[in-house]
Design a protein around this ligand. Structure first.
Ligand code: HEC
Length: 215
């Protein structure tokens, strides 16, 4: 408590400093009214906030950030779907095995995508293991892609679908690990490329796929 703080108009008129009665840790507060210009900006900000909030979230006059993001996502998904359908209209088992997986440029592009995205789970050599540097192989979460066994589909288009959409909903995964839908991150062309790379490593697995009709 400050001893006898001077208060009121009288002290103020004399130009004396007026303090409020409370004190905390030796800190005191002037007893002065905030200037009106300050108060009006403050109250104005509150009124503006209520109006702004109402217009944004209570009416459909302006799109709020959530709606804007949602619209963008839908637009991106529409573009992705169009691109996918365009590629799928033109893609089939024979084309993947005999055209794309034998095209060095396509396979090289697929290898780059594989190195960047798939190696952590499927390994550099597609064996789903990693060398620990002492000659021991540590298993990785993915399935081996060179063991000539295909868990879901042994058809190229089935594999395309699996990579695009990830583990099917009914899969319990490989030791519980499932694969994500790569279509969320890779373009359809990139998926076709990475699959061509995988096919190029085990062409014998796809020898039953009919050759494209000669024209
Ligand atoms: C986070 C780990 C992970 C990454 C990264 C990953 N996969 Fe997988 N992959 C898995 C798992 C786990 C399975 C088995 C899924 C299941 O059983 O449901 C699988 C299965 C597969 C299969 C089917 C294998 C079979 O024997 O039938 C293919 C093909 C495949 N992945 C390709 C890819 C490609 C291509 C990429 C990179 C774009 C990739 N994976 C990235 C974990 C991964």
């Amino acid at each position: 408590m400050s001893a006898d703080p001077k208060r009121g108009r009288f002290a103020k008129a004399k130009g004396e400093i007026i303090l409020r009665e409370h004190e905390f840790d030796g800190i005191q507060e002037y007893d002065q009214k905030l200037p009106n210009w300050w108060l009006f900006t403050f109250y104005g900000a509150i009124v503006f906030f209520v109006g702004y909030w109402f217009v944004y979230y209570g009416t459909s006059l302006l799109t709020n950030p959530q709606q804007a993001v949602q619209e963008k996502i839908l637009a991106v998904q529409a573009v992705q779907l169009k691109e996918l359908n365009k590629l799928l209209a033109d893609l089939n088992d024979s084309k993947l095995v005999y055209e794309l997986a034998t095209n060095p440029l396509y396979v090289a592009a697929g290898q780059a995508t594989f190195t960047k995205n798939c190696v952590p789970c499927h390994g550099v050599d597609l064996s789903a293991t990693q060398d620990d540097g002492k000659g021991k192989k540590i298993p990785l979460p993915g399935l081996p892609l060179t063991d000539h066994q295909w868990k879901f589909s042994d058809k190229p288009m089935g594999l395309f679908n699996l990579i695009n959409k990830g583990s099917p909903p009914e899969s319990t995964g490989n030791n519980g690990a499932k694969m994500e839908a790569w279509g969320q991150k890779l373009s359809p062309v990139e998926i076709a490329q990475v699959l061509s790379y995988v096919i190029s490593k085990v062409p014998a697995d796809f020898k039953d796929i009919p050759k494209p009709a000669a024209n």
